[in-house]
Design a protein around this ligand. Structure first.
Ligand code: SD4
Length: 337
């Protein structure tokens, strides 16, 4: 997930667009691979997996699990682990960009077909945050573990602590530190989360989300990604949704739960994602031009949808032997190039 080159190529200007840039960005190969904006897919061929952004290696891993008859839960965990281990991706796991004190802190969650869920927030030194979240779900009576407690729990479960700050991320932080300009909004230094949803051969849905959060965030800041209902929600009767972008805005509208509830009321995944973005941008005095939010969703029939505030958000979808990046439709067309 190396997106910076793409960011440079996207010659948008103006502060608002620049602020949303990184979260609108995608892989350097994006120009060759993007296809026309998706509306709603109506094929229900299973299994299928979708993920935020351009993460074909991760969706390929998840599909391998699904094709072998594995559960959607195993698929989303294994898929997310690919990006957590990818040191070049500065958005999740090892190599994630640090907070403003130079510490990499991770947020992740996972949710299964029964509505069970687990999450970790402000986790340090353990790269596979999504797997720790799964252990919280399966091996504790709790849903969320935070900080030192989450780390201690992970170690007790056999996870090896390691330094997650790579040289590249350290250098980026040192460069940022020269000005230490702190803006609690998505800006050019910020980056992308992986959220993944899968339906297995039995038709059961699971989801996961993992991130290092906003780059150079305040120490202790937690976004939407590990918050069940905001960053992720799964209802095996209805469908699932996962979010990316400025977590504060997703939390304020309980975005993923909203999308699933809208699907329950009869909206397609695409309509539900659009309406949930509408809740953000249509608020009185919304400064949506300054930040990005994107949703992807799937329903029980295997229909999918994705939508974002600004251009350049994309979804990776693996279904029927095709693993492809799909450009998301978006709200702010007036500023599009
Ligand atoms: C957060 N939603 O921590 C995450 C950041 C993100 O792509 O999605 N970046 O607010």
């Amino acid at each position: 997930m190396k997106r910076r080159k793409f960011i440079k190529k996207a010659s948008l200007s103006g502060a608002g667009i620049a602020l949303g840039h990184t979260l609108m960005s995608c892989n350097e190969n994006a120009e060759n691979k993007l296809v026309t904006p998706v509306t709603t897919s109506t094929t229900s061929s299973l299994p299928l997996v979708i993920a935020t952004w351009h993460v074909e290696n991760a969706t390929a891993k998840a599909m391998e699990v699904l094709q072998a008859g594995g559960s959607s839960l195993d698929a989303v965990e294994q898929g997310c682990r690919v990006e957590e281990a990818n040191e070049k991706g500065q958005s999740v796991g090892k190599g994630g960009l640090p907070d403003r004190d130079g510490k990499v802190t991770l947020d992740a969650c996972i949710m299964d077909k029964h509505g069970n869920c687990g999450s970790v927030v402000f986790l340090k030194d353990i790269k596979h945050a999504v797997s720790v979240a799964r252990k919280v779900m399966e091996n504790t009576p709790h849903v969320i573990l935070a900080g030192d407690g989450a780390k201690q729990f992970a170690i007790s479960e056999g996870f090896e602590p390691e330094n997650l700050l790579t040289e590249a991320s350290k250098e980026a932080w040192e460069e940022w530190n020269l000005k230490s300009e702190y803006k609690p909004i998505i800006n050019i230094e910020n980056h992308d989360t992986i959220g993944m949803l899968a339906i297995d051969k039995n038709g059961d849905i699971s989801g996961a989300c993992t991130t290092s959060g906003l780059a150079y965030k305040m120490s202790g800041r937690v976004g939407d990604s590990p918050i069940i209902g905001s960053g992720l929600f799964v209802d095996n009767e209805i469908g699932a949704c996962v979010a990316t972008g400025l977590g504060e805005e997703v939390v304020k509208t309980v975005g993923s739960f909203l999308v699933v509830e809208l699907m329950r009321q009869g909206r397609t995944p695409q309509q539900a994602c659009e309406e949930a973005i509408g809740r953000i941008v249509n608020k009185p005095n919304s400064n949506y031009k300054d930040f990005q939010v994107g949703y992807i969703a799937v329903n029980k029939k295997g229909e999918t949808g994705s939508y974002s505030i600004h251009q350049w958000f994309s979804m990776t979808k693996f279904q029927d032997g095709k693993n492809e990046q799909i450009q998301s439709d978006f709200f702010n067309k007036t500023k599009a190039t």
